[in-house]
Design a protein around this ligand. Sequence first.
Ligand code: G6P
Ligand code: MN
Length: 448
Amino acid sequence: MKLTILGGGGFRVPLVYRALLGDHAEGRVTRVTLYDTDADRLGAVARVLGEQAEGAGDAPAVVATTDLDEALRGADFVFSAIRVGGLAGRAADERVALDEGVLGQETVGAGGIAYGLRTVPVAVDIARRVARLAPGAWVINFTNPAGLVTEAMSRHLGDRVIGICDSPVGLGRRVARVLGVDPDRARIDYVGLNHLGWLRGLYVDGRDELPRLLADPQLLGSFEEGRLFGADWLRSLGAVPNEYLHYYYFNREAVRAYQEAEQTRGAFLQEQQEGFYARMKDPAAPPLTTWDRTRAEREATYMAENREVSGAGEREESDLGSGGYEQVALALMRAVARDERTSLILNVRNRTTLSVLDADAVIEVPCLVDSDGARPVAVEPLPYHAVGLVTAVKAVERAVLDAAGSGSRAAAVKAFALHPLVDSVTVARRLLDGYTKVHPGLAYLDRP
Ligand code: G6P
Ligand code: MN
């Protein structure tokens, strides 16, 4: 099995490789091709993987290349985990929005729109090349904003592209644990868009255990989303939202906290990772231990701003271990490659799942996965408040796809202006002007 990782110089690639090293079964990955536009980062990560493989007899071979077509040819699976504009781009996405008084965040609100406008043209180019050079390959998209980018790629790859995110899996596990339920035995009713979904039920042997959680203030106070949103609000909703809904339900507090923070999350990570890549260029540096320490630091501060604002506290170590995105990706790849039927929450085309969206709209929903790919399972309809957010944000995504396809600034302004977290068309226009100034990757938006 040949796996190609786009964004192969990325910080999380060693996590993926570590997970591959633990797989000894038939049909496992035997060759990993790392592709990146940055040869230095590629070299640094290839070196870490080399050290990880030491002593493992059946470690997958690692090849690194800066040639995209060469990376894609012959691939069975393609993990797309690119960051167009790098972390400097993310920091600018966050900063421009905060300076306008609206949420500046990687994937939600104005920051996510700017990131999408930069990323969609690149993702579409990749999708076209995959369709030409590796038409039988499955693309697993981690690239954020994951729902939007998956939808852009699906226009060229159909259901051969599947988007993933670790957040709904983590949420399901936390809710199961607090209820004292084995997460692998529970059926979770979760649906929405990526980073915009709600867990509305958790069934064991056909019985919904969620009402027991919502009725118990002590249980509600004992897990992350319970503290993040507060018991009263969860009870009012009758559901547990994805942690990213915090940016909607507590928008004012989140914007203020981010404005007052010394650095944005992107700027913080940029600084931290520059240190890592610089160390990795030193031939005398002890890579694995260095990398492990850096990772531990990073995960300790993971979404820390969010938790600080709300008092949600640190994420439990077990969440990081078992629900991480590399685990989701591997579970998905195994189910497809070995025809092992599994249920996973994924980003796929809606078909008829949510009646308020058209069939091609990519949604995040529990899916049955086997060698035919991923098919959404039936879920309860969304309540009106969720219909409102989901359809509004899908309209924003469609405006981004329009702008990316046509180069139209009007479409880009429309994307910002329609977003529920951007409160004025005037602000939307200024946001686009601000982003165009700082992002060379937006120069293509040159038509009225
Ligand atoms: C979670 C989300 C990802 C997101 C990441 C941000 O894993 O599911 O979509 O990119 O958090 O983490 P970071 O450490 O980059 O802020
Ligand atoms: Mn995600």
